[in-house]
Design a protein. Structure first.
Length: 325
């Protein structure tokens, strides 16, 4: 049994937030749904992460990129999901069992968060589209600029795809990759009318945020689910659909997966139960295609594990980090 809709795609996108809310009211709260979490920091507490900017040359242009870091030890580059930014990793940066052993570095992709567009070109004269060559150049430039000794790379969603892409093309630069919600390919069709609603003058950013809410686990703390979608609703509208150009149209590791040398770069894949984008099936398919990789099937988690349910995610991440260490 399922639901079908018969209406104009634009009309559906405009009223989707109201429809989603109506479904939530009809369904009611789940027995194990967590609404709030306790405050973990006392007033006046200064947290560990330190934010800075670094200027990087990427594909012939100079970019001013924002990043935050916390911890000491093995460096870990952290990449956010499509259309979001590095704040998604804030809970890991407050986890002492991680930061006591690993140096976490979370950056904002250009055009995202606090990373501004380049000054040397008329970037506004054409649609923003994320291409693989540019995307891969960002973590590689960080490795060089910060003199990182074969760091770990961990990304989620589009960042999870990038993790496996880097393992296939630049294994020598990383000691391990962790593909959160990763797979060999990602489903989608950006030519369909409903996809254009991600950036449409008659559709608010709330549509995008509510769709992302549907990718989170219904058992995750609601306060963190809402924080996750607030990041989407406050971002540059073009960034999400522009990132999907790589995620949906360009990325395809089907032919390269079996060539990844996991003796050179360890490959770890994690997928959440409630993620219908980077699903369990896609994660297992990637694991079976990459000899020597590991796969963690995380129950009661969705597409944004590090920010929607950080405690549950960290419980599953710590054994992987111990293996890398």
């Amino acid at each position: 049994m399922g639901l079908e809709r018969e209406c104009d795609d634009l009309f559906f996108a405009q009223y989707y937030p109201a429809l989603a809310r109506a479904v939530e009211i009809i369904r009611g709260e789940l027995p194990d749904q967590v609404r709030t979490v306790g405050n973990k920091m006392l007033s006046g507490t200064i947290e560990d992460p330190v934010g800075r900017y670094v200027n990087l040359d990427l594909c012939g242009q100079s970019y001013r990129i924002y990043f935050e870091e916390a911890g000491t030890g093995i460096p870990v580059l952290l990449h956010h999901t499509a259309g979001s930014h590095g704040i998604q990793w804030r809970h890991l940066m407050a986890c002492r069992p991680i930061t006591d052993r690993f140096r976490l570095i979370a950056y904002d992709l250009p055009f995202h968060g606090k990373s501004i567009p380049p000054e040397g070109c008329e970037w506004w004269s054409e649609p923003y589209r994320l291409r693989g060559a540019f995307f891969r150049s960002v973590p590689l430039a960080f490795v060089d600029a910060l003199a990182l000794d074969r760091p770990v790379f961990m990304g989620c969603s589009v960042g999870g795809a990038l993790a496996l892409d880097l393992a296939a093309r630049h294994a020598e630069s990383f000691r391990a990759v962790i593909a959160v919600e990763g797979g060999l390919t990602m489903d989608g069709d950006l030519s369909r009318p409903e996809s254009q609603a991600f950036f449409h003058p008659q559709v608010s950013n709330q549509f995008k945020g509510r769709l992302m809410h549907g990718l989170t686990s219904p058992t995750a703390p609601e306060v963190y689910r809402q924080e996750t979608i607030q990041t989407y609703m406050s971002g540059w509208p073009q960034s999400f659909i522009g990132d999907l150009e790589y995620y949906v149209n360009e990325y395809d590791l089907t032919e390269r997966a079996s060539t990844i040398d996991t003796q050179t770069v360890a490959v770890h894949i994690m997928n959440g139960e409630y993620d219908y984008s980077g699903s369990w099936e896609k994660g297992e398919e990637a694991h079976l295609a990459i000899p020597g990789s590991t796969w963690t099937r995380v129950e009661r988690i969705g597409h944004f594990p590090m920010c929607e349910d950080p405690d549950r995610f960290i419980d599953h991440l710590l054994p992987i980090l111990a293996t890398i260490e």
